[in-house]
Ligand binder design. Sequence first.
Ligand SMILES: [Mn+2]
Length: 330
Amino acid sequence: MLDIKNLKVNLEQKMLSSNQIMIMPHIDADFDAIASCLGVSLIAEKLNKDNHILVGDPIYTLDHGVQKIVEESEKNFSILYFNQYQEMKKDDDLNILCDVNKPRLTYVKEFNKDNLVIIDHHDKDSETFDASLLHIDDTASSASEIVTGLLSAYKIKVSPEVANVLLTGILLDTNRLSKNVSSDTMRMVTKLLEQGASIEKASDYFNEDFNSDRKIQELVNQTKFLNYTVAIILADEDKEYTKEELAKAADYLLKYKVDAAYAIGNIGDGVISISARSKDSVNVGNVMRELDGGGNQFSGATKISDSSVTEVADRLRKIILPPSYLGKKI
Ligand SMILES: [Mn+2]
């Protein structure tokens, strides 16, 4: 691992002389990029500096595990999406790029060299940004390994959650400790384990796609047919689903001979959501508008508080079924 003490001194001087710090991962942020950004944010916090992490990708385009980390981090970190960033950025911001050093891989393409810091483990080449502090250590397995070293140089104890995310970054870039692993990598892994990370929990982030697909199948299993062409999924009241999972389950049902599919489920905080999809004969946007939601011909959604999945299904049923069907229980 390259000289971390030197990096600490130079980074600290940059941070202390800045007003606002913008920390950025690469486009299509992965575990390593987002984890190293969280670590750098903790260092800025320790120095009492205003700092934000820019996530420039639409969140739904990110890998499921990364989405989960971003959503979980919103509680304790300032995460900015691109439009918020555009409003908040200032000319004298200190910009810190993590896990990236080339303009074609960053959301922002131009920086003032004096206000740019790069912390990365990818090779430097002719494309690499000109930066006043360029810390590229290609002997490190990951940006997370470098940042874990920095946090330890600062004696910052991270929460078990952040330790897990940093471990996930290292696991990703080492293909779960099977390549690019040095004694420094293992030292950093040990530090993270000591702060509450666990290989099992970190691995859960890798399984997000699988778990999410499984949840969608679980929803599909709870489909009821209102009539031959309208399908409704009534999710288990006690289980929480994301709006995206409900939408994907409704989408999935369109593979079959249905004109419209509605997935109703608990999305947490006492809110029931409906995701509606149709081929073309039913305008589900109109149906959702009758339940204070919105959408278009093919896709719509609504959120309803203080209700249950069954109550919401009853209200939906009254809207979509002709009166002659209303006696029928679904
Ligand atoms: Mn990386």
